[in-house]
Design a protein around this ligand. Sequence first.
Ligand SMILES: [Zn+2]
Ligand SMILES: [Zn+2]
Length: 128
Amino acid sequence: MRFWKVNPVILCRNHLLGMHNEFHKFKPHFEKKRSIAGYIKNNCVEPRAMSIMHDIVAMEMEIRDYKHNSPYILPDLSYLPLEHLYYRIDKDKSLDLLLNRCPECYKRYLQFLCITNQLFITNQEVKL
Ligand SMILES: [Zn+2]
Ligand SMILES: [Zn+2]
């Protein structure tokens, strides 16, 4: 399980719906107070952002007319060690990995860059 910390606009159907499912499937880890050390080590999860990330993904699903009727309420995270509780996903790494893995997300990312004119208005190196 991996939560992509990217703008969900760029996620292909599979990754969007897959990630949405994973929010709900991952929840028992918190409810049963399991260690998430492995997920943190692999840059897969950002505990405190789970609920807002879920809601942004759900919003994108609604924009695309996919059904969503599973609200997400963040479980109690107080059992987590602080370095896990406050872990933040490295967004650049998350994006790079996704774009390397999925040609469809890569295509959507390029379209997103074009639509938002990000390829041409700055001299900043585009992350590819
Ligand atoms: Zn949901
Ligand atoms: Zn994808």
